[in-house]
Design a protein around this ligand. Structure first.
Ligand SMILES: [Zn+2]
Length: 103
């Protein structure tokens, strides 16, 4: 895809807004980005949760903290590496995926 981000700004405490070179604007909440993390670990975890869901819902210490973005760095010219405040930073968020979200 030829569309690239022109700017990334915070939208309140828990969301970001990406302005694209074609004029489109996408808004992502940090929680939604974290849940959409495309790295192997998260994809594996998501699959595992379907099988071994706990009987009662749990809130881990990490989940109890307000989730935030620590940094967002471009990788090449096609993706961003996002570091989250829960310590997770192995996800590569491709432009096409960030662009496709319409909230
Ligand atoms: Zn991940």
């Amino acid at each position: 895809m030829n569309v690239t981000p022109e700017s990334i700004t915070r939208d309140g405490e828990t969301a970001i807004v990406i302005q694209w070179s074609d004029g489109k604007v996408t808004r992502w909440t940090v929680a939604k980005l974290r849940a959409s993390c495309p790295c192997a670990t998260c994809r594996e975890k998501k699959r595992g949760e379907v099988k071994s869901r706990p009987v009662l819902p749990v809130l881990t210490a990490a989940e109890a903290q307000p989730l935030n973005i620590v940094s967002m760095r471009p990788v090449g010219t096609y993706a961003y590496n996002i570091e989250f405040s829960d310590g997770h930073s192995s996800g590569l968020f491709q432009f096409s995926m960030l662009y496709g979200e319409d909230d």
